[in-house]
Design a protein around this ligand. Structure first.
Ligand code: IFM
Length: 443
């Protein structure tokens, strides 16, 4: 097993740089009988939606084993744990607080704080209460106000014991995968659905920031966006233009409103009836000052022109990929961070997710995942490069703490630095987890 390392001059080794691990509620918690249904329960119950026909009813049984899991997190020597709150666990159908559900997170946060592990809370990691979906979900503007109410309740209960709150995780996935191409819950399709739901998610972000500022003004508040940098297949002008359109449609659609209060120019290429319904004041709410930007990065994609003024996405071919089929291309991470820094006035950036699904095998109690160690090493180097070039990067979180429910891929893909045996719920730190620990504890 090789170690992870960084040059001794690296800012990533500074005492205040945060190294952490990340998870999300639906992917690990289980204990579905003690919360309301979410859109992912409904989606999983729909035949054909999840590749191994699994669901999140049991998952990693984290609600049952959370104390052991915190012990495990602590044993990795990390500075922070990023997790999400399950909205359907903490708010009842009538909008009142579910005390028992909330207590779970209060206990978790207290235990983390006691162990000097910074709690990074994500308020929405895709598990919308099903009863809100029945009223239109993110297509209904009212959902954003329900979110504000939920954030109020959480912020009152957890307050500034939380180190940093992120309103949303990857609104691209909620809007595009969930409402435009339908591969995620709730499985709706169509451009108007995708674009309108994205706007309501961004509005929810703005209302959520307002609720956080009201309740815990001294805690950091931000958002987590995922970026899949778009590269042209060739240097022909049409392909360069196509990659730019794809970038605007996929990445900048979320980034520009949050940073500048404007949708990217690609909005003009969309039929008026498919555009977001923007009311006066929305864009100001969406572009409030943030204390941090969370960047999730896994891969890049290549594009070419479709010959009709739009883009065509290409499948990675002849390149190294992870078990998800995603190209391993760390240079895109440094180029992304530098380009965001050049284009926007960024708050401090946390890499809130980075990692790889690999075909792990457990043999005699050991998982030798050198491929994942190599992935982490090359991506940490990319973060270090960007930091040396002036990007203010405050932390890095490995996705994921442990193997878990990988959405439409069910339990077939393993992203953890800890191996989970789903039959026994036993956890085994993989070699990548040991290497990560070694890097962190050697600082
Ligand atoms: O597992 C997901 C996570 O929930 C959101 N970001 C990407 C990860 C890997 O697909």
């Amino acid at each position: 097993m090789s170690n992870l390392s960084l040059p001794s001059s690296s800012k990533l080794l500074d005492h205040d740089f945060v190294f952490g691990v990340a998870t999300s509620s639906f992917q690990i918690e289980g204990a579905a009988d003690s919360r309301l249904e979410s859109i992912w329960d409904t989606f999983c119950a729909t035949p054909g939606k999840i590749s191994d026909a699994s669901n999140g009813l049991v998952a990693c049984e984290h609600v049952k084993f959370w104390r052991e899991d915190v012990e495990l997190i602590d044993s990795l020597g990390v500075d922070a744990y990023r997790f999400s709150i399950s909205w359907p666990r903490v708010v009842k159908k009538d909008g009142s607080l579910n005390d028992k559900g909330m207590q779970f997170y209060i206990d978790l946060v207290e235990e983390l704080v006691k162990r000097n592990i910074k709690p990074f809370v994500t308020l929405y990691h895709w598990d919308l209460p099903q009863h809100l979906e029945e009223k239109g979900g993110w297509l209904n503007r009212e959902t954003a106000f329900h979110f504000e109410h939920y954030v109020n309740l959480v912020a009152k209960a957890l307050g500034d014991r939380v180190y940093a709150y992120a309103t949303l995780n990857e609104p691209f996935c909620s809007a595009y995968l969930g409402y435009e191409n339908g591969v995620h819950a709730p499985g709706k399709r169509g451009q108007a659905n995708g674009r309108k739901s994205a706007h309501h998610l961004l509005l929810a972000h703005g209302l959520g920031i307002r609720a956080l500022r009201r309740n815990c003004p001294d805690t950091k508040a931000g958002i987590v966006l995922n970026f899949t940098p778009c590269y042209p297949e060739t240097q022909v002008a049409e392909d360069i233009k196509a990659a730019k359109i794809a970038d605007d449609y996929i990445n900048q659609w979320y980034m520009r409103p949050v940073m500048e209060g404007l949708y990217p120019d690609v909005v003009e290429l969309i039929e008026p009836q498919n555009r977001p319904d923007i009311l006066p004041g929305d864009m100001d709410l969406i572009s409030q000052r943030l204390d941090f930007l969370g960047v999730n990065f896994y891969t890049r994609l290549k594009y070419r022109s479709d010959g009709k003024g739009w883009y065509e996405e290409l499948q990675p071919k002849g390149v190294v990929t992870t078990d998800m089929g995603w190209e391993v291309y760390p240079k895109a991470l440094s180029e992304l961070l530098i380009s965001l820094h050049q284009r926007y006035t960024l708050p401090p950036v946390y890499i809130t997710e980075n990692g790889a699904a690999m075909q792990d095998e457990i043999k005699h109690g050991r998982v030798n995942d050198q491929d994942r160690i190599d992935y982490f090493q090359s991506h940490l180097n990319a973060v270090d490069d960007a930091s040396q070039q002036g990007v203010d990067i405050a932390g890095y979180f490995a996705w994921s703490l442990m193997d878990n429910f990988e959405w439409a891929e069910g339990y077939e893909k393993r992203f953890g630095i800890v191996y989970v045996d789903y039959l026994t719920q036993s956890r085994t730190i993989k070699d990548s987890g040991l290497a990560y620990k070694q890097l962190i504890t050697s600082r």
